[in-house]
Design a protein around this ligand. Structure first.
Ligand code: NAD
Length: 253
């Protein structure tokens, strides 16, 4: 059912939150656009400017690795300046109130953790871009080290432990999904009574399967996104308004 207007949507969402005992939010890039981080698919989104570099290309091509790191360094002022928005803060409030056991996110920007949700309670399906890892042994690196090394050698650095390439700790297209995060997200979707899909176009699979899974396992499903998604038809409530406006009233509750 699509909310007739923002006020109606917020009221109905408030009732559903009050009735629920276990709420699982599932967030996408749309929750972070008010924080200054562009999403992928909106006009002006990242895809309109840069074709994503698939994992196999990153592994095979030093030029692709250099380009991937140049893009990441260019985004650093944006990621470093971003602060949690109203959506993040509303979810952090519900987490503190004990309604949310963990947040499942497609985002890589670390903003749920910055909003006060323990890192253990943020299930990152697509990793995290605020640090780097060796794709061979998994050794972690901070981005300051990567930038210094890149400037010294004039290109993407390799791991000091095993010599394999170092990449942001994100999941690229063509890269295996993180097993533990997928398992935890599946459990959370199966055992909640309210599932909130927030700011996702719901076209990136397998992540987009979680709202449907939650609904099939008996949860009520709410979708908050300013454009239609393919799963609107199965949702109990759809709010086609700005996320900050829709979730702002729940900050601090
Ligand atoms: P997406 O770009 O495919 O979809 C974002 C959706 O949010 C769009 O439908 C857009 O209309 C909507 N939206 C944007 N701003 C909104 C607002 N203020 N209020 C309401 N709706 C709004 O993003 P996705 O579904 O997360 O999938 C893209 C992939 O890109 C993700 O898996 C993620 O890994 C990655 N990504 C992450 C970030 C981030 O971490 N902030 C940013 C860009 C891309």
């Amino acid at each position: 059912m699509i909310a007739s207007d923002l006020r109606n949507g917020v009221e109905r969402l408030g009732d559903m939150i009050a009735e629920a005992s276990t709420i699982v939010p599932f967030t996408g890039a749309g929750i972070s656009t008010e924080c200054g981080i562009p999403d992928f698919r909106s006009p002006g989104g990242l895809w309109t400017r840069n074709r994503p570099i698939p994992f196999d290309e990153f592994v095979a091509s030093p030029d692709a690795r250099d380009e991937a790191w140049r893009r990441r360094f260019a985004m650093e002022p944006t990621f470093a300046a971003a602060r949690p928005g109203r959506g993040h803060r509303a979810l952090a409030s519900l987490y503190r109130a004990g309604k949310i056991p963990a947040i499942v996110t497609q985002n890589i920007d670390n903003l749920h953790q910055i909003s006060g949700v323990a890192a253990d309670h943020v299930v990152e399906l697509h990793g995290n871009t605020t640090y780097a890892r060796c794709i061979g042994c998994g050794h972690a690196y901070d981005l300051v080290w990567v930038k210094q090394r890149f400037d010294e050698i004039g290109g993407a650095p390799d791991c000091t432990v095993c010599d394999e390439p170092v990449k942001t700790a994100t999941i690229s297209f063509g890269q295996a999904m993180p097993e533990d995060a997928m398992r935890r997200a599946t459990e959370l979707a199966r055992h909640c009574d309210l599932f909130l899909a927030i700011g996702s176009s719901l076209v990136v699979w397998p992540a987009a399967g979680f709202p449907m899974l939650a609904k099939n396992c008996g949860a009520k499903l709410v979708i908050i996104n300013n454009e239609a998604t393919e799963q609107d038809d199965i949702a109990d409530l759809v709010i086609h308004y700005d996320i900050g406006e829709a979730l702002g009233p729940f900050v601090g509750n």
